[in-house]
Each structure stands twice: as structure tokens, then as C-alpha cells.
Design a protein around this ligand. Structure first.
Ligand code: NAD
Length: 290
């Protein structure tokens, strides 16, 4: 396939590399990042998009996605697919899909989970929103870049799945960390805490697979000085998107709201910037009630 790839940063570069390694013809564009080996450089997003069967975008946010879409959609072939893998607000995903439809271009929002490690290993999970036709065209590329692709529904459904998942993740990480900090103060050994909770009804992905306590459970960023992993500021971004969506949809999400506030304080005032999102545990350790 001829693929255009816009946004070759931490995630986009390894994803594009995997497409090249699988024999696809990839033309890329990024305003700062260098092109990975095997990716042909285009001087604009439109240049990377014009002959492509599929254009993949992997950009920082919805405003940038909309600006890039304005540039590249008019350059795309009729019937080609614009596949946005960035994490953006549901409204931007739907607006871009509408703009694409008017231009005779198919669109799919397909944010990912799995992080930089998953992008490099080709083990991402894709959560896709768009038509069956668009999903079928892009599915072989998802199979190269990832290990699972779920077609969640119409445009915006992929972003909806992503922010709901990450709202659970943020809330659960905070709950796991505050429980460890309480257990410490109650004199409970952390290994014992893990042994019980990981096999009891408090178990979760954050406890069992990504334990925030160093030296306990499987290897995780906690064992590496809380170097990300999944950075606290990316968790904050996703929690803010969940709250923006909740506001627009009139959904009551008190735990998501509180999680967004806690990560905001952590990132902006408590040195959490650049730390893994599980560094909430040392934050709680230092704190007192009140
Ligand atoms: P990044 O900042 O490393 O990469 C974004 C790239 O987009 C940069 O190289 C930047 O130069 C480029 N860019 C910005 N504006 C552009 C423009 N107008 N035209 C062309 N290129 C432009 O970010 P990342 O970590 O690769 O994340 C990308 C997306 O994936 C984000 O939406 C993020 O939320 C999501 N995501 C990231 C992770 C992660 O662990 N890093 C995990 C899941 C999802």
C-alpha cells in the first residue's frame, strides 16, 4: 500500500518503521522530527497524502489534527482513508470525519494503547471509529502495528473508548497508590499487600501488571525510578479529554473529575512532570490527612 504518515514523534516513528519493514511504501511529514529509515520525506502534509491509499496521522492534539486535516484532505485521492491514531477530543474526531466525507475521503479515528514500547514492538491496541469499509481497508495495517484492533462503532467511537479506558486507568492508579500509602501507615508489608490484593477483589491492571510499588509485583516503571512508561502529563491530557467529553455529553463523572484535578496538581505543582503516572505513590507517601 502507499501510505502517508504525518507526525513521526515518539509513537509515529516506530509505527511507520513497522509499516516499512512489512514492505509498505511510506511517505512521511513532520515539522520537527527526522524521518525514520526507509520513510520518504515530503515537505508538507499534503505532499505526503496526495498519492496515498491510507494517510495515518499521529499528532499531539485535536487543534493540530484539524489544522493538518485542512491541509491534507483536499490533496487525498477519492476513496482513500484518513486514519487518525492520535488521542484527541471526540468532537475533533467527528469534525475531521465529516470534512473527509464531504471531500469523498473515508475517515477513521483509531487511537491506541500500548505506549512507546507497544509502538516499537508492533503490539498496540487500536480502538477504531468509522465505517466498516474504512475499517476493512486499514485493518491489515493495524495488524502490522498492533496485536488487536476493535471496531468500536461510528466516527468518534474510538476516541470515546480510549478516554473511557484511560479515565478508569487514572482513577484506578490513584486508588491503588492511596491504598499502598495507607497500608504503609498501618504497618502492612507492601509485598503482603500485593499478595492479597492482586488475588482478591481489589485486583486491577494497575496493581497486577503495573504495580506502583518498587520491588513488588512484575517489573514496572516503579522499579526504574518512575521513569515513564506512561507519563503523568499524558494521563492528565487523557483525563482532561474525558472531562471535556463528559461536559459535552452531560455525564456525571465525579471520580474522573477528581482524578483530573489530582493529576493536574501533581504535574503542575508537585514535580510530576516527566514522571511515570504511577509516581502518585511517592506523592501519597509524603502526604498527611487534611
Ligand atoms: P510526540 O510529541 O512525540 O509526536 C508528535 C509529532 O507530531 C511530533 O514529532 C511533532 O513534531 C509532530 N507535529 C506536530 N505538529 C505537526 C504538524 N502540524 N505537522 C506535522 N507534524 C507535526 O507525541 P507522541 O508521544 O508520539 O504522541 C502522539 C499521539 O499519541 C498523542 O495524541 C498522544 O496522546 C498519543 N499517545 C501517546 C502515547 C505515548 O505513550 N507517548 C500512548 C498512547 C497515545
Amino acid at each position: 500500500m502507499k501510505i502517508g504518515f504525518i507526525g513521526l514523534g515518539n509513537m509515529g516513528a516506530p509505527m511507520a518503521k513497522n509499516l516499512v519493514a512489512a514492505g509498505h511504501d511510506v511517505t512521511g511529514h513532520d515539522i520537527h522530527a527526522p524521518m525514520p529509515d526507509g520513510v520518504i520525506a515530503a515537505i508538507s502534509a499534503a505532499g505526503a497524502a496526495k498519492d496515498a491509499d491510507v494517510v495515518i496521522t499521529m499528532l499531539p492534539n485535536g487543534a493540530i489534527l484539524r489544522a493538518v486535516a485542512d491541509d491534507l484532505i483536499p490533496a487525498m485521492k477519492q476513496g482513500a482513508v484518513l486514519c487518525d491514531c492520535s488521542t484527541v477530543d471526540v468532537e475533533s474526531a467527528r469534525a475531521v470525519a465529516e470534512q473527509a466525507a464531504k471531500a469523498g475521503v473515508l475517515a477513521i479515528d483509531a487511537p491506541v494503547s500500548g505506549g512507546i514500547g507497544g509502538a516499537a514492538a508492533g503490539t498496540l491496541t487500536f480502538m477504531a471509529g468509522g465505517s466498516d469499509e474504512a475499517f476493512a481497508i486499514v485493518k491489515p495495517l493495524f495488524d502490522i502495528m498492533g496485536q488487536k484492533a476493535v471496531h468500536c462503532g461510528a466516527s468518534g467511537a474510538g476516541q470515546a473508548a480510549k478516554i473511557c479506558n484511560n479515565m478508569i486507568l487514572g482513577v484506578t492508579m490513584i486508588a491503588t497508590c492511596e491504598a499502598f500509602a495507607l497500608a504503609d501507615k498501618l504497618g502492612l508489608d507492601r509485598q503482603k499487600m500485593f499478595d492479597v490484593v492482586s488475588t482478591s477483589s481489589g485486583y486491577s491492571w494497575t496493581m497486577n501488571a503495573y504495580c506502583p510499588a518498587p520491588g513488588v509485583g512484575p517489573q514496572s516503571p516503579a522499579d526504574n525510578g518512575y521513569k515513564p512508561g506512561f507519563a503523568a502529563e499524558l494521563m492528565l491530557k487523557d483525563l482532561r479529554l474525558s472531562q471535556q467529553a463528559a461536559e459535552a455529553a452531560d455525564a456525571d463523572t465525579p471520580m474522573g473529575h477528581l482524578a483530573a484535578l489530582l493529576y493536574e496538581t501533581f504535574v503542575e505543582n508537585e514535580g510530576g512532570q516527566g514522571m511515570d503516572f504511577s509516581a502518585m505513590l511517592p506523592r501519597f507517601e509524603k502526604r498527611h490527612r487534611g
